[in-house]
Design a protein around this ligand. Structure first.
Ligand code: S3P
Length: 458
């Protein structure tokens, strides 16, 4: 195969990718130029929530009978989950781009594939699946791409080993090998870090463990697993900082309606706030309070955001958001707030950069363990655009200047949230931003540039 055989040309935001994508992916090979925009105006909906989409397929695979998933958020990460459950013997019918039927095989119905399962970039998949496979009989190997192979897995291996599974990591990292057992024991586990992925892995293992599994967390994290298992008939008991689950005889989850992904909406919320004259409405958005910390932080900074049409589906809060532009003042994000906006902290940095005054983030050391070390990629990336931001061990300090940052070149390093941050920085900049590795957006939101293009005005 010729080395530079595939040339991806795309037009986005009056911009084009002008380098070819090699058959072997080169980091930051696809460069997209994002020009400054005037305002964001219009009505949009974003794809289904990625966290809930992963869980709907995984829990559907463990349920008895069919699970219809409506509003599935299709992305590279959630495709990895579909591939994984299929490799484990589960039939999934794709009725359309965002509608699926998962034919569950019951709580112990997964079968080891011959080959290892490749989670590619999806940390949520690898950690949640580890919990599920701990209670299935057989030997399973899980691996991932270069980024995922650098992310810690001992955080799930340790509690799952205590439950009775045999798990080998590669010096704490993927690939991991799981020898599942039908003799898992429930545990009472105090999470050493705030992580919904680790909490979920333990709860999912608890589905097949003898006794009551309890997970206590230092700070409440997203609770989609608890809500979905409850909807599927498991006995889930919730307290402010812990959750308990009794192993159920079976799960039934006939339908999951996936709300719009708050993390996919976040770049639009920030851009509409920062671009004068914006008026943007985002419909059918997931507003689970453990995901919407960015709204609280932006409101504190002076943003003008209203929520209407509040309703619930499958235990999840949904609503519509109306965002109008506003001038922002600085704020501090406190450690206990971090899990409520962990994936939106890169965008907070940009909002802080154009707010009046100095903002600080602390207690966010977990950012160093994401798809990239996001304290480094955010601070290096934004500094290159003229933003005054300094890294700290567990966060960053920003000296806000209420004016458009200059712009320049910002690499994504293959991290979807950083590619999105660079694109929004381009919209609000003076001279535009060349986003290196812009194609990383497809990890969570393949249609991101087209949707942005549809509402951005010069
Ligand atoms: C996720 C939990 C968070 C988040 C990730 C998705 C989930 O990770 O950053 O994007 O779906 O449970 P941690 O639980 O490791 O903080």
């Amino acid at each position: 195969m010729p080395r530079f055989a595939v040339c991806l040309e795309r037009s986005a935001l009056r911009a084009e990718s002008y380098r070819c994508q090699a058959p072997v992916r080169l980091r930051d090979a696809v460069v997209t130029r994002v020009e400054p925009a005037g305002a964001l105006v219009g009505h949009i909906a974003v794809p289904g929530d990625k966290s809930i989409s992963h869980r709907a397929v995984l829990v559907g695979a463990l349920a008895d009978g069919e699970t219809r998933v409506v509003g599935f958020g299709r992305s590279a990460d959630t495709e990895s989950t579909l591939n994984a459950v299929r490799a484990l013997g589960i039939q999934v019918d794709e009725l359309g781009d965002d509608e699926l039927v998962v034919h569950g095989a019951g709580l112990r119905g997964l079968h080891p594939p011959e080959a290892s399962i490749d989670a590619r970039n999806a940390g949520t998949l690898m950690r949640l699946l580890a919990g599920i496979l701990a209670g299935q009989q057989g030997r399973f190997e899980l691996t991932g791409d270069e980024s995922l192979r650098a992310r810690p897995m001992d955080r799930v291996a340790e509690p799952l080993t205590r439950m009775g599974a045999r798990i080998e990591t590669t010096n704490g990292l993927p690939p991991i090998v799981i020898e599942g057992t039908d003799a898992l024991r429930a545990i009472d586990y105090v999470l050493p870090m705030a992580s919904a992925q680790v909490k979920s892995a333990i709860l999912l293992a608890g589905l097949n463990a003898k006794g009551t599994t309890t997970v206590s967390e230092p700070v409440p994290t997203r609770d989609h697993t608890e809500l979905m298992l409850d909807a599927a008939g498991a006995r889930v008991r919730r307290r402010p900082n812990s959750v308990s689950l009794e192993a159920p005889p079976r799960l039934r989850l006939p339908e999951v309606t996936v709300p719009g992904d708050f993390s996919a909406a976040a770049p639009f919320i920030v851009a509409a706030t920062l671009l004068a004259g914006s008026e943007l409405t985002i419909h059918d958005l997931g507003l689970n309070p453990r995901r919407t910390g960015l709204l609280d932080v932006l409101e504190r900074m002076g943003a003008r955001i209203s929520v209407f049409n509040r309703r619930k589906a499958g235990g999840e809060l949904i609503g519509d958001l109306e965002i109008r532009s506003a001038e922002l003042t600085a704020t501090d994000v406190e450690p206990e707030e971090v899990p409520q906006l962990v994936d939106e902290l890169p965008l907070f940095a940009l909002a802080a950069a154009v707010a009046r005054g100095n903002s600080h983030l602390a207690g966010a050391g977990e950012l160093r363990l994401k798809e990239t070390d996001r304290i480094e990629t955010v601070t290096n990336g934004l500094r290159a655009l003229g933003v005054r931001i300094r890294p700290r061990d567990d966060g960053f300090d920003v000296r806000g200047v209420p004016a458009r940052p200059t712009g320049g070149r910002m690499p994504s390093d293959g991290d979807h949230r950083i590619a999105v941050l660079a694109a929004i920085a381009g919209l609000v900049s003076r001279e535009g931003v060349e986003v290196g590795g812009a194609d990383a957006v497809a990890i969570s939101f393949p249609g991101f540039f087209d949707l942005l293009d549809s509402v951005s005005k010069r």
